[in-house]
Design a protein around this ligand. Sequence first.
Ligand SMILES: Nc1nc2c(c(=O)[nH]1)N[C@@H](CNc1ccc(C(=O)N[C@@H](CCC(=O)N[C@@H](CCC(=O)N[C@@H](CCC(=O)O)C(=O)O)C(=O)O)C(=O)O)cc1)CN2
Ligand code: MET
Ligand SMILES: [Zn+2]
Length: 760
Amino acid sequence: MILSSNLGYPRIGINRDLKFALEKYWKNGISLDELQQTADRIKTANWIVQKDMGLDFVPSNDFSFYDQVLDTTFMLGAIPERFKQEKDLEGLDLYFAMARGWHNDQGKTIPAMEMTKWFNTNYHYLVPEINANTKFKLNPAKPIDSYKLAQTLNLNTRPVIIGPVTFLLLSKSEDPSFNPLNKLDEVMDLYANLFKRLREMEVKWIQLDEPFLSMDLDGLGEDAYQQLFNRFNSHHGRPKVMLTTYFGDLFANRDLIAASPFEGLHLDMTNCSQPERVLASVQEGQMVSLGLIDGRNVWKNDLTKTLNTIKEIYERFHFENIVVSPSCSMLHVPQDLRMEKNLPGEVYLWLAFARQKLEELSELKKAGNRNFTPTSFFQNNQGDVQSRREIAKIEALQITAAHKAVSTKRQSSFAQRKASQQAVLYLPVLPTTTIGSFPQTSEVRKLRSQLQKNAISYEQYKGELEREIEKTIHFQEKIGLDILVHGEFERNDMVQYFAEKMDGFVFTDNGWVQSFGSRCVRPPIIYGVVSRPEAMTVRWATFAQSLTDKPVKGMLTGPVTILQWSFVRDDQPRSETCRQIAFAIRAEVQDLEAAGIKVIQIDEPALREGLPLQKKDWPAYLDWAVECFQISSSGVKDETQIHTHMCYAEFNDIIEAIARMDADVISIEASRSKMELLQAFQKFNYPNEIGPGVYDIHSPNIPDVAEIHDLIHNALEVIPAEQLWINPDCGLKTRQWAEVEPALKNMLAAVKQARKELAG
Ligand SMILES: Nc1nc2c(c(=O)[nH]1)N[C@@H](CNc1ccc(C(=O)N[C@@H](CCC(=O)N[C@@H](CCC(=O)N[C@@H](CCC(=O)O)C(=O)O)C(=O)O)C(=O)O)cc1)CN2
Ligand code: MET
Ligand SMILES: [Zn+2]
């Protein structure tokens, strides 16, 4: 039999209902009840769609108010100590405090948990904090309540649970010598209890997410999985378990997986180099789930080809059942293509969002159970897939001349450039700057939405934004920043803005994908050859520069980040698409320089997240990623100072590649980890300049002078003063002016103090 399953559905609501409800709740605009009702409506709507598509396994517990890893932390009762001290914080408010930080009117603050990237996606999770003294306590309400809610729709769902090994491997300890895996036994006791509770409710299957099985594992990791398998060896007292892996290739861990006692195995067929050999590790009687529909991209599946693959596997391995599935949770794709009214007709035909992917699964199942005879749905599908191929072929003929041979190196060494730049910029010790964006207020967004609806003219829009820029420039001058920015008010998003100005991209009206908490992005779709018809940022930058004698930094998004945060064509190597973007950015950098901009920042926050999941694939990626940054940044004079910016990065293992990028200044996120990650730069003797963030912009908390001053001191312990810049962690777009103004003033007060101390 061919069955079908889903691993997780977008949970933000068809019109981003959850986002709006959350943000209102945080502002005390709606009650907890109303928030809960919105959540239940979203869950219910999702279940109804999935039920109607005839899925055999519909997920529950895939909804989250903020993040599924935080949910797991909460379920296990692993609340960090600092949140327990505030006795009144409980329930969902405690949960949100952990996610966003907390403060009261008396000025007491509790910093949020650290946030970082979920594997190689643009989704962020909150890093569990597990220490030797962490006490666990099972709080199974969420999976249980969600299962019960689905039952009211006559649906017996498959709860999604992050597995214990993955949970601990995602965790961090404040004591670097303590490995959270030491808590595995204790945590597995709670899981055993949870499984028992679910079994008592007659839950048949659970989906146990263990994506680390498709990553590189060291001895400890392998050992942990062995322990997991031993512990749950018997199927008594628990539901059946679909051991679920995704994002990476299972090949390296195939022997480990062959020892799994679980009743099912899900593998990501879109990341599987040798499916036959991996499938050979599936045991007699195990239910195999094939992740054939790409849960990370938006292209229509080639159903004819996929049906053939299923047939071959079925005949070759004699599996009793095969479950057809998306490769991973569909959290990472937009919900419903039918909401899109403005996509070019031919491109529309090439796309499938979450709902359309369910339809593909349903058709594959139908065809599979009709002795692998295609349904009528297959005909259109084949036409669409074919038309995409034809157009790509025609294009391929046109682009041979697209890449010019250029030098990817700056003209002189960093030391020489530094001298030339100082002669133009006259920077003090510990120069200060910001990362680019200032608050994207609802007024600014409203202007853009009015422009789109033709309710205001472009001239009006431009005039209003210029007023914002003036206000921002004057504010920065007044508080004494050294390198100013224009504030990025004209940008809906740092990737989408550029994509909209380049050829080769299309955009959605409603293709929202959750990035973290209530924040969403609409990743552009790269379908053709990328090029830049005209300058994209020069007018805003020169306008800002005309208002001040201080240098204004030109702000660009780098090629790797534009690639990484878009849906990318899957019919040519990513490196090729990235190179096309790099040439477009290079031209923009040169135009900015020609227009008199002396400092240019090329943001590459996604360079780290783009790293392949398995180390063997790193060197090849880093080679082309660094080369693309160099293509973008090397076409300028020595005097032009190039900055780059990265957030949420673990730099230890890529510091050599970061150095090869040869940016004059790099700013990084560092405050939540208290400058810990600067050690990588110190160890490597990183030669260029560094601005570690001294203020956590993801939290509404306002850092005080002493706190920032301490962080500057931590930084000075590892980085020489001549190399150190002072800036926030990241852009300020998600903050309000009422938060930004005092925070930046405090930052400058702390710098003033530090400069005095340095002067002795
Ligand atoms: N692509 C991307 N990935 C990223 C980041 C990033 O900046 N971009 N940063 C990190 C994650 N951080 C993020 C930080 C902020 C937001 C964010 O603020 N997103 C906004 C949407 C931004 C946007 O597209 N804005 C549009 C549309 C805004 C909108 O909702 N407009 C209203 C109307 C406006 C109104 O009346 O208020 C509508 O269309 O209904 C605009 O400004 O034009 C949100 O969720 O609210 C997202 C990610 C890592 N990954
Ligand atoms: C996610 S990195 C953001 C960089 C961008 N220049 C900003 O300030 O918003
Ligand atoms: Zn950033």
